[in-house]
Design a binder for this molecule. Structure first.
Ligand SMILES: Nc1ncnc2c1ncn2[C@@H]1O[C@H](COP(=O)(O)OP(=O)(O)OP(=O)(O)O)[C@@H](O)[C@H]1O
Ligand SMILES: [Mg+2]
Length: 711
């Protein structure tokens, strides 16, 4: 080999070595960056710097391929004017659409050197357009590869100057690019990992936030806001499936765009969202206008990602994110949103279930609360575990005061016996009537039923007692019975009275005639007197019977009760005095006006006074007092009159019969006094009741409706 050639070779070899050396130094420098957590941007900047240094390029661009979205994006650019840089960064090449040097290098992975764009046969119209815009005459484009995988490319040029590159230069640049791609890929993976870690952390915080809410709407709002955050979308809409109508309703929405969230409905199967709901498969659409399923719901959507919310193989709804940019979502976004959707679907299901349980519970509690019966449940320790509102009313209790206390401390013996029977002997009571006497001598009647409480495993956990207040019912029953008897007996007695009256008149007449004609001896006199007395008694009875059967229609007037009472007492004054009976009157003053028939009410008062007097053979006091009672429910008012004597009282077995016609315990009684009282009051829309205790005394209670003058 001639010396010159050897020297030339050597020089070229040395130069080559020098370039390689520089190159290695650069790569080393860049690689060292990787040991620290450094951003992809920093790595790309230093690659650009080092290449310009080694190869003397003035402009350089690094493109990375995003295969999911089919894009080739300019990720780093150096040496271009600000406008050119911005344009390059903003408009990625579409791998399946644009045909130019860059996309071809990204597709086929071959280093391409275009010495002169104007004469190169490989140049396409796209290339020419780019050249024009970027004022480019030649370029070198080197693929960035990881094993066989092309991750992007580097392009370089020298402004408007033609590049003069030797084969060796091209090889060196390719080697450099190969090294750089490893560094880029590493940095990219690192960045992706960091992004994933960040996303997972977000998921975790969202998970915590959502798991602690039992309010469905709140949960749905958190879900849609979180999905928006995770995917960096422009808007997120959460659709829930209405199983009956097979329609999707918007449950929550976040982000841009106008939509009538309340009224909007989407049929399952329509649009991308409807498709996802129907098929239960997620769908990522990079360009909605290329997808036949797309249905415009809001303006300006370019790409869309919809994932189904599935719980126990049922689609509950769809979580959808939109973006105004094409290809805004990646496969990673899809995977992440799927994980998120899986988590949220089960949460939604749980919260719904919780809601259902609560509704059922409230429903059951409402039923219990509004029950007309008292319901008491008792645990195995015989402590009260629950009572309802009616229990509070009947027994005059406060829930807070009795819960957890021993039943024996709260309820009466009768009820405790039933509880003991249930818990100690597992025996229930189908129906038992008990009587309870109140402080004022009024008796209440209760019907009691008991049952055993068992849990799901059929183990005994307590007992339940249902107590029905029968007092009013019994009173009504009694009243009906009384009226029934009154009317049938009334008709009968009216007939009899009528039949007796005429012969009685002639008997009376004849006896009087006989008395005049007969010669009176002592014995005859007494006979006649007895007969006359008998006739008088029959006359009173007949009159009473007729009064009772057909009391004249009351002539009702607005009148003053205390006045009539005073008159009645005055009428009986001498009789009362003779029997040593005082009458003490305590009347409301002023007494409300009541509409009544003064004559008939006087008859009532006289009858009650007479009975009171007769009950106190030794004399005493009859107390008469008045009370005004407001009836909250029926919006009425009543005037009550209590006639109390401290006489013999009435035995329980007689108590139910005293209003029966002809019931009397007195030798001279007709037994028509009280039936007449009852009948008169009935015609006044008033009523009469009685409380009595044998040996202590009796109270008759009259109840008049008050008619206020202004009504
Ligand atoms: N204040 C009272 N104290 C005790 N028992 C009473 C009282 N009022 C009524 N009774 C009982 O009720 C029965 C019926 O009374 P009612 O006024 O209807 O008839 P009577 O008083 O027996 O007869 P009459 O009224 O015709 O004299 C009485 O016989 C008596 O047993
Ligand atoms: Mg009487």
């Amino acid at each position: 080999m001639p010396k010159r050639a050897v020297r030339a070779n050597l020089t070229s070899y040395m130069a080559d070595l020098k370039t390689k050396d520089k190159l290695l130094a650069s790569i080393h420098k860049i690689s060292s960056l990787l040991t620290r957590p450094i951003s992809l941007d920093t790595i790309l900047t230093s690659i650009v710097k080092e290449t310009s240094l080694v190869f003397g390029f003035t402009r350089l661009a690094i493109f990375l391929a995003d295969k999911d979205r089919g894009l080739l994006e300019c990720r780093y650019i150096h040496g271009f004017s600000p406008e050119d840089s911005e344009r390059a960064l903003r408009f990625p090449y579409r791998l399946d659409y644009h045909d130019c040097v860059e996309t071809r290098v990204a597709r086929y992975g071959k280093t391409t050197f275009v010495k002169d764009y104007l004469s190169d046969p490989r140049v396409t119209p796209t290339d020419l357009k780019v050249c024009r815009i970027m004022r480019r005459v030649s370029t070198i484009a080197v693929p960035l590869k990881i094993k066989r995988d092309i991750i992007g490319l580097i392009t370089a040029d020298k402004d408007a100057i033609k590049l003069k590159l030797t084969r060796k230069d091209i090889n060196a640049f390719t080697t450099f690019a190969n090294q750089a791609s490893i560094i880029i890929e590493n940095a990219r993976l690192q960045e992706q990992n960091q992004k994933k870690i960040k996303q997972l952390l977000t998921l975790q915080t969202i998970g915590k936030k959502t798991s602690s809410t039992f309010n469905l709407q709140k949960l749905l709002n958190v879900i849609s806001a979180s999905a928006l955050k995770i995917t960096k979308a422009s808007s997120c809409t959460l659709f829930l499936m209405d199983d009956d109508s097979k329609q999707l309703k918007i449950a929550s929405r976040n982000g841009y765009g106008n939509l009538d969230v309340v009224k909007f409905r989407l049929k399952v199967g329509t649009g991308i969202i409807g498709w996802v709901a129907e098929n239960g498969i997620p769908l990522l659409v990079s360009d909605v206008h290329q997808d036949a399923r797309y249905l415009e719901i809001t303006e300006g959507v370019a790409s869309q990602l919809a994932v189904p919310l599935i719980s126990e193989k049922r689609v509950l709804g769809v979580l959808n994110v939109d973006s105004q940019n094409r290809g805004a979502f990646s496969d990673d976004d899809l995977k992440l949103l799927m994980i998120f959707a899986g988590h949220t679907a089960s949460l939604i299901k749980n919260v719904r279930l919780y809601g259902q349980v609560m509704t059922e519970r409230n429903f059951r509690e409402d039923i219990l609360e509004s029950s007309p019966n008292s319901v008491v449940s008792i645990n195995l320790k015989k402590e009260i575990s629950s009572i309802n509102r009616r229990t509070e009313e009947i027994f005059h209790l406060k829930r807070a005061d009795v819960l957890g206390r021993r039943a024996a401390d709260i309820f009466e013996e009768d009820i405790i016996q039933i509880i003991d029977l249930a818990l100690d002997h597992h025996t229930v009571v189908d129906y038992k009537e008990i009587k309870k006497t109140g402080k004022e001598g009024d008796t209440a009647i209760f019907g009691i039923t008991s049952s055993l409480l068992k849990n799901h495993q059929r183990n005994l956990i307590g007992a339940m007692v249902i107590i029905r207040d029968l007092t009013e019912e019994k009173k009504t029953e009694e009243l009906i019975r009384r009226m029934d008897r009154l009317s049938s007996l009334g008709q009968l007695s009216a007939g009899i009275a009528h039949e007796i009256r005429n012969p009685l008149t002639s008997i009376n007449f004849n006896v009087q005639l006989l008395a005049k004609k007969l010669v009176m001896t002592e014995a005859t006199r007494s006979l006649i007197d007895d007969t006359q007395e008998g006739i008088d008694r029959i006359r009173i009875l007949v009159k009473g019977m007729l009064d009772f059967a057909k009391p004249s229609r009351p002539s009702l007037k607005r009148d003053y009760i205390p006045r009539v009472l005073k008159d009645s007492i005055a009428l009986m004054d001498s009789q009362l005095k003779k029997n040593g009976v005082d009458v003490a009157v305590h009347m409301q003053d002023p007494f409300p006006e009541v509409i009544f028939d003064a004559h008939q009410i006087q008859q009532v008062f006289v009858n009650l006074l007479l009975n009171g007097m007769e009950a106190m053979a030794e004399g005493g006091t009859i107390n008469i007092k008045s009370l005004i009672e407001k009836d909250a429910k029926k919006k009425g008012e009543h005037a009550l009159l209590h006639f109390t004597d401290y006489g013999v009282g009435i035995s329980p077995e007689n108590l139910s019969r005293i209003f029966d016609p002809f019931f009397t315990t007195k030798p001279d009684g007709t037994g028509l006094g009280l039936p007449i009282v009852h009948k008169i009051l009935e015609q006044h829309n008033a009523s009469v009741g009685v409380r009595s205790e044998e040996g202590k005394g009796t109270t008759f209670i009259l109840k008049f409706p008050i008619h206020r003058a202004e009504e």
